[in-house]
Design a protein around this ligand. Structure first.
Ligand SMILES: [Zn+2]
Length: 326
Protein backbone atom coordinates (compact mmCIF):
# COMPACT_ATOMS: atom_id res chain seq x y z
CA UNK A 1 0.00 0.00 0.00
CA UNK A 2 2.73 2.46 0.92
CA UNK A 3 4.09 2.15 -2.60
CA UNK A 4 1.24 4.43 -3.70
CA UNK A 5 2.22 7.10 -1.23
CA UNK A 6 5.84 7.06 -2.31
CA UNK A 7 5.07 8.11 -5.88
CA UNK A 8 6.17 11.75 -6.12
CA UNK A 9 3.45 12.80 -8.59
CA UNK A 10 0.52 10.79 -7.36
CA UNK A 11 -2.46 12.41 -9.11
CA UNK A 12 -4.83 11.83 -6.16
CA UNK A 13 -5.87 13.65 -3.03
CA UNK A 14 -5.11 11.36 -0.09
CA UNK A 15 -7.20 11.24 3.09
CA UNK A 16 -6.54 9.11 6.16
CA UNK A 17 -9.93 7.90 7.40
CA UNK A 18 -8.54 6.45 10.62
CA UNK A 19 -5.59 4.41 11.87
CA UNK A 20 -5.60 0.99 13.56
CA UNK A 21 -3.14 0.15 16.34
CA UNK A 22 -1.85 -3.37 15.71
CA UNK A 23 1.00 -4.38 18.05
CA UNK A 24 3.84 -1.96 17.29
CA UNK A 25 2.29 -0.95 13.98
CA UNK A 26 -0.10 1.89 13.31
CA UNK A 27 -2.05 0.98 10.17
CA UNK A 28 -3.80 3.85 8.39
CA UNK A 29 -6.93 3.38 6.29
CA UNK A 30 -6.37 5.52 3.22
CA UNK A 31 -8.88 7.03 0.85
CA UNK A 32 -7.59 8.17 -2.55
CA UNK A 33 -9.73 10.74 -4.31
CA UNK A 34 -9.67 11.91 -7.94
CA UNK A 35 -12.03 13.96 -10.09
CA UNK A 36 -14.21 16.95 -9.35
CA UNK A 37 -14.21 17.71 -5.60
CA UNK A 38 -17.43 19.75 -5.53
CA UNK A 39 -19.83 18.31 -2.95
CA UNK A 40 -22.80 17.64 -5.24
CA UNK A 41 -20.84 15.93 -8.03
CA UNK A 42 -21.92 12.31 -8.74
CA UNK A 43 -19.56 9.91 -7.00
CA UNK A 44 -18.28 6.34 -7.28
CA UNK A 45 -16.72 4.69 -4.22
CA UNK A 46 -14.58 1.56 -4.56
CA UNK A 47 -13.75 -0.34 -1.36
CA UNK A 48 -11.89 -3.60 -0.77
CA UNK A 49 -10.10 -5.66 1.86
CA UNK A 50 -13.01 -5.62 4.34
CA UNK A 51 -12.13 -9.27 4.93
CA UNK A 52 -8.39 -9.60 5.51
CA UNK A 53 -8.03 -12.95 3.73
CA UNK A 54 -9.67 -11.72 0.53
CA UNK A 55 -6.57 -10.00 -0.81
CA UNK A 56 -7.77 -10.12 -4.37
CA UNK A 57 -10.41 -7.46 -3.64
CA UNK A 58 -7.71 -4.97 -2.62
CA UNK A 59 -5.53 -6.00 -5.55
CA UNK A 60 -8.33 -5.54 -8.10
CA UNK A 61 -8.80 -1.96 -6.86
CA UNK A 62 -5.06 -1.17 -6.77
CA UNK A 63 -4.69 -2.51 -10.29
CA UNK A 64 -7.57 -0.33 -11.52
CA UNK A 65 -6.10 2.70 -9.71
CA UNK A 66 -2.79 2.01 -11.44
CA UNK A 67 -4.49 2.09 -14.84
CA UNK A 68 -6.49 5.26 -14.14
CA UNK A 69 -3.59 7.15 -12.54
CA UNK A 70 -1.42 6.38 -15.55
CA UNK A 71 -4.11 7.43 -17.99
CA UNK A 72 -4.47 10.74 -16.15
CA UNK A 73 -0.98 11.50 -17.48
CA UNK A 74 -2.00 11.43 -21.15
CA UNK A 75 -5.69 10.69 -21.71
CA UNK A 76 -7.55 13.96 -22.29
CA UNK A 77 -10.90 12.20 -22.56
CA UNK A 78 -10.40 10.88 -19.01
CA UNK A 79 -9.55 14.39 -17.78
CA UNK A 80 -12.78 15.63 -19.35
CA UNK A 81 -14.82 12.89 -17.69
CA UNK A 82 -13.26 13.63 -14.30
CA UNK A 83 -14.84 17.09 -14.51
CA UNK A 84 -18.22 15.35 -14.18
CA UNK A 85 -17.50 12.74 -11.54
CA UNK A 86 -15.59 12.10 -8.33
CA UNK A 87 -13.96 8.72 -7.65
CA UNK A 88 -12.96 7.51 -4.18
CA UNK A 89 -10.85 4.43 -3.56
CA UNK A 90 -10.48 2.77 -0.17
CA UNK A 91 -8.50 -0.30 -1.26
CA UNK A 92 -7.88 -1.69 2.22
CA UNK A 93 -10.60 -1.29 4.85
CA UNK A 94 -9.22 -3.93 7.23
CA UNK A 95 -5.43 -3.56 7.36
CA UNK A 96 -4.99 -5.50 10.63
CA UNK A 97 -6.89 -8.46 9.13
CA UNK A 98 -4.76 -8.40 6.00
CA UNK A 99 -1.56 -8.17 8.02
CA UNK A 100 -2.58 -11.07 10.26
CA UNK A 101 -4.21 -13.08 7.46
CA UNK A 102 -7.61 -13.21 9.13
CA UNK A 103 -11.09 -12.53 7.83
CA UNK A 104 -11.95 -10.43 10.87
CA UNK A 105 -10.11 -7.43 12.28
CA UNK A 106 -7.68 -7.43 15.21
CA UNK A 107 -10.57 -7.72 17.69
CA UNK A 108 -11.94 -10.81 15.98
CA UNK A 109 -14.91 -8.89 14.58
CA UNK A 110 -16.22 -9.52 11.05
CA UNK A 111 -16.68 -5.98 9.73
CA UNK A 112 -19.41 -7.18 7.37
CA UNK A 113 -21.50 -8.41 10.35
CA UNK A 114 -20.74 -5.51 12.67
CA UNK A 115 -23.41 -2.92 11.84
CA UNK A 116 -26.33 -2.50 14.28
CA UNK A 117 -28.94 -4.15 12.09
CA UNK A 118 -30.64 -7.50 12.73
CA UNK A 119 -31.90 -9.78 10.00
CA UNK A 120 -35.62 -10.40 9.82
CA UNK A 121 -36.33 -14.11 9.98
CA UNK A 122 -33.82 -16.94 9.97
CA UNK A 123 -30.18 -16.56 8.96
CA UNK A 124 -27.74 -19.42 8.21
CA UNK A 125 -26.21 -20.71 11.46
CA UNK A 126 -22.93 -18.86 12.29
CA UNK A 127 -22.42 -17.58 8.71
CA UNK A 128 -25.29 -15.12 9.11
CA UNK A 129 -23.45 -13.47 12.03
CA UNK A 130 -22.99 -14.68 15.62
CA UNK A 131 -22.30 -13.25 19.07
CA UNK A 132 -21.07 -16.51 20.64
CA UNK A 133 -17.33 -15.96 20.38
CA UNK A 134 -14.73 -13.82 18.66
CA UNK A 135 -12.78 -17.01 18.02
CA UNK A 136 -15.45 -18.27 15.61
CA UNK A 137 -15.77 -16.60 12.20
CA UNK A 138 -18.60 -14.14 11.46
CA UNK A 139 -18.46 -12.62 14.97
CA UNK A 140 -20.64 -9.51 15.18
CA UNK A 141 -19.05 -7.94 18.25
CA UNK A 142 -20.87 -7.45 21.56
CA UNK A 143 -24.41 -6.15 21.46
CA UNK A 144 -24.57 -2.39 22.15
CA UNK A 145 -20.81 -1.91 21.74
CA UNK A 146 -19.94 0.88 19.31
CA UNK A 147 -19.07 -0.26 15.81
CA UNK A 148 -15.45 -1.16 15.12
CA UNK A 149 -13.18 1.71 14.11
CA UNK A 150 -12.79 0.47 10.52
CA UNK A 151 -16.54 0.02 9.92
CA UNK A 152 -17.30 3.35 11.54
CA UNK A 153 -14.72 5.23 9.45
CA UNK A 154 -16.07 3.83 6.17
CA UNK A 155 -19.68 4.46 7.13
CA UNK A 156 -18.96 8.05 8.15
CA UNK A 157 -17.17 8.69 4.86
CA UNK A 158 -19.95 7.18 2.74
CA UNK A 159 -22.68 8.99 4.70
CA UNK A 160 -21.03 12.35 4.16
CA UNK A 161 -20.81 11.71 0.39
CA UNK A 162 -24.38 10.41 0.04
CA UNK A 163 -25.72 13.44 1.90
CA UNK A 164 -24.27 15.92 -0.61
CA UNK A 165 -23.80 14.07 -3.89
CA UNK A 166 -26.43 14.02 -6.64
CA UNK A 167 -25.87 10.31 -7.38
CA UNK A 168 -23.69 7.66 -5.71
CA UNK A 169 -22.64 4.11 -6.54
CA UNK A 170 -20.35 2.12 -4.27
CA UNK A 171 -18.69 -1.19 -5.15
CA UNK A 172 -17.23 -3.29 -2.33
CA UNK A 173 -14.90 -6.01 -3.67
CA UNK A 174 -14.92 -9.46 -2.02
CA UNK A 175 -14.22 -13.08 -2.94
CA UNK A 176 -16.11 -16.14 -1.75
CA UNK A 177 -17.12 -19.68 -2.57
CA UNK A 178 -19.19 -18.85 -5.65
CA UNK A 179 -19.17 -20.71 -8.95
CA UNK A 180 -19.45 -17.38 -10.73
CA UNK A 181 -18.83 -13.68 -10.21
CA UNK A 182 -21.78 -12.03 -8.54
CA UNK A 183 -22.85 -8.42 -8.13
CA UNK A 184 -25.09 -8.08 -5.08
CA UNK A 185 -27.27 -5.19 -4.01
CA UNK A 186 -29.33 -4.66 -0.81
CA UNK A 187 -30.79 -5.99 1.20
CA UNK A 188 -28.79 -8.61 3.08
CA UNK A 189 -30.99 -8.48 6.20
CA UNK A 190 -34.36 -9.08 4.58
CA UNK A 191 -35.77 -10.65 1.42
CA UNK A 192 -37.82 -7.47 0.84
CA UNK A 193 -36.83 -5.15 -2.04
CA UNK A 194 -34.90 -1.95 -1.29
CA UNK A 195 -36.19 1.50 -2.27
CA UNK A 196 -33.98 1.93 -5.34
CA UNK A 197 -34.86 -1.41 -6.88
CA UNK A 198 -36.20 0.27 -10.05
CA UNK A 199 -33.00 2.29 -10.47
CA UNK A 200 -30.98 -0.90 -9.87
CA UNK A 201 -32.96 -2.65 -12.59
CA UNK A 202 -32.22 0.23 -14.97
CA UNK A 203 -28.50 0.01 -14.16
CA UNK A 204 -28.54 -3.73 -14.81
CA UNK A 205 -30.25 -3.26 -18.18
CA UNK A 206 -27.77 -0.54 -19.12
CA UNK A 207 -24.85 -2.84 -18.33
CA UNK A 208 -26.35 -5.85 -20.15
CA UNK A 209 -27.09 -3.81 -23.26
CA UNK A 210 -23.74 -1.97 -23.26
CA UNK A 211 -21.55 -4.99 -22.45
CA UNK A 212 -23.37 -8.13 -23.64
CA UNK A 213 -20.14 -10.15 -23.60
CA UNK A 214 -19.82 -9.58 -19.83
CA UNK A 215 -22.81 -11.79 -19.16
CA UNK A 216 -20.84 -13.83 -16.59
CA UNK A 217 -21.89 -11.52 -13.76
CA UNK A 218 -24.92 -12.68 -11.86
CA UNK A 219 -26.65 -9.50 -10.65
CA UNK A 220 -29.17 -9.97 -7.85
CA UNK A 221 -30.15 -9.02 -4.29
CA UNK A 222 -27.83 -10.47 -1.66
CA UNK A 223 -30.81 -11.97 0.20
CA UNK A 224 -31.34 -14.37 -2.71
CA UNK A 225 -28.09 -16.03 -1.64
CA UNK A 226 -28.41 -15.77 2.14
CA UNK A 227 -29.49 -13.22 4.71
CA UNK A 228 -27.13 -11.84 7.34
CA UNK A 229 -27.09 -9.65 10.42
CA UNK A 230 -25.01 -6.52 10.58
CA UNK A 231 -24.35 -5.83 6.89
CA UNK A 232 -22.39 -2.59 6.53
CA UNK A 233 -24.09 -1.56 3.26
CA UNK A 234 -27.61 -2.27 4.47
CA UNK A 235 -26.84 -0.05 7.43
CA UNK A 236 -25.37 2.87 5.53
CA UNK A 237 -28.13 2.69 2.92
CA UNK A 238 -30.89 2.77 5.55
CA UNK A 239 -29.14 5.47 7.57
CA UNK A 240 -29.02 7.79 4.58
CA UNK A 241 -32.49 7.08 3.13
CA UNK A 242 -33.98 10.29 4.55
CA UNK A 243 -30.92 12.52 4.40
CA UNK A 244 -29.51 11.72 0.99
CA UNK A 245 -29.54 14.11 -1.90
CA UNK A 246 -30.02 11.64 -4.78
CA UNK A 247 -30.05 7.95 -5.62
CA UNK A 248 -27.59 5.68 -3.83
CA UNK A 249 -26.82 2.17 -5.12
CA UNK A 250 -24.49 0.14 -2.85
CA UNK A 251 -23.08 -2.84 -4.77
CA UNK A 252 -20.90 -5.74 -3.66
CA UNK A 253 -18.73 -7.69 -6.08
CA UNK A 254 -18.36 -11.27 -4.86
CA UNK A 255 -15.70 -12.89 -7.04
CA UNK A 256 -16.32 -16.63 -7.31
CA UNK A 257 -13.27 -18.42 -5.93
CA UNK A 258 -14.42 -21.86 -7.16
CA UNK A 259 -13.61 -20.57 -10.65
CA UNK A 260 -9.95 -20.58 -9.64
CA UNK A 261 -9.94 -23.54 -7.25
CA UNK A 262 -11.51 -26.00 -9.70
CA UNK A 263 -8.69 -25.33 -12.16
CA UNK A 264 -6.02 -25.64 -9.50
CA UNK A 265 -7.38 -27.77 -6.61
CA UNK A 266 -4.01 -27.85 -4.84
CA UNK A 267 -4.43 -24.22 -3.86
CA UNK A 268 -7.03 -25.38 -1.30
CA UNK A 269 -4.00 -26.28 0.83
CA UNK A 270 -2.56 -22.79 0.65
CA UNK A 271 -3.76 -20.61 3.57
CA UNK A 272 -4.97 -17.84 1.27
CA UNK A 273 -5.67 -20.06 -1.75
CA UNK A 274 -9.31 -20.55 -0.82
CA UNK A 275 -10.06 -16.89 -1.43
CA UNK A 276 -7.45 -15.79 -3.96
CA UNK A 277 -6.16 -16.84 -7.37
CA UNK A 278 -2.68 -18.29 -6.85
CA UNK A 279 -1.15 -19.01 -10.26
CA UNK A 280 0.33 -15.86 -11.83
CA UNK A 281 -1.57 -16.04 -15.14
CA UNK A 282 -4.90 -16.54 -13.35
CA UNK A 283 -4.13 -13.76 -10.89
CA UNK A 284 -3.48 -11.40 -13.79
CA UNK A 285 -6.64 -12.54 -15.52
CA UNK A 286 -8.74 -11.72 -12.44
CA UNK A 287 -7.11 -8.29 -12.12
CA UNK A 288 -8.14 -7.37 -15.65
CA UNK A 289 -11.50 -9.17 -15.66
CA UNK A 290 -13.30 -6.53 -13.59
CA UNK A 291 -11.81 -3.36 -15.08
CA UNK A 292 -14.67 -3.10 -17.58
CA UNK A 293 -17.30 -3.22 -14.81
CA UNK A 294 -15.46 -0.58 -12.79
CA UNK A 295 -15.04 1.68 -15.80
CA UNK A 296 -18.73 1.18 -16.66
CA UNK A 297 -19.78 2.22 -13.14
CA UNK A 298 -17.76 5.43 -13.44
CA UNK A 299 -19.27 6.30 -16.83
CA UNK A 300 -22.79 5.39 -15.70
CA UNK A 301 -22.32 7.64 -12.67
CA UNK A 302 -20.90 10.57 -14.64
CA UNK A 303 -23.87 10.37 -17.08
CA UNK A 304 -26.55 9.16 -14.68
CA UNK A 305 -29.07 11.72 -15.95
CA UNK A 306 -29.12 9.97 -19.33
CA UNK A 307 -30.37 6.59 -18.08
CA UNK A 308 -31.79 6.92 -14.56
CA UNK A 309 -35.60 6.45 -14.59
CA UNK A 310 -37.53 9.71 -14.45
CA UNK A 311 -39.42 10.12 -11.13
CA UNK A 312 -42.73 9.81 -12.98
CA UNK A 313 -41.65 6.37 -14.34
CA UNK A 314 -40.32 5.11 -11.01
CA UNK A 315 -43.32 2.95 -10.16
CA UNK A 316 -43.20 1.19 -13.50
CA UNK A 317 -39.47 0.43 -13.12
CA UNK A 318 -40.01 -0.82 -9.56
CA UNK A 319 -42.78 -3.07 -10.79
CA UNK A 320 -40.55 -4.56 -13.51
CA UNK A 321 -37.69 -5.10 -11.06
CA UNK A 322 -39.91 -6.88 -8.56
CA UNK A 323 -41.33 -9.11 -11.32
CA UNK A 324 -37.80 -10.00 -12.33
CA UNK A 325 -36.08 -10.58 -8.99
CA UNK A 326 -38.74 -11.33 -6.38
ZN1 LIG B 1 -15.70 -10.88 1.95
Amino acid sequence: MDRWLEQPDLPARIHTLTAIECGDDCLPIYCFEIGNAKADVPTVIFTGGVHGVERIGTQVILSFMHTLFNRMDWDESLDAMLEDVRILFVPLVNPSGMLRRTRSNLNGVDLMRNAPIDATGKVPFLLGGQRLSRHIPWYRGRRDDPMEKEANAVIRMVESIVKESSFVISLDCHSGFGHQDQVWFPYAYTPDPFDDIGEMFALRLLFRRTHPTFSFYLIEPQSRNYTTHGDLWDHVYKQTLNTRKGTYLPLTLEMGSWLWIKKNPLQMFNALGVFNPVLPHRHERVLRRHQCLMEFLIRATASFRNWLPHPSDRREWMHQAIEYWY
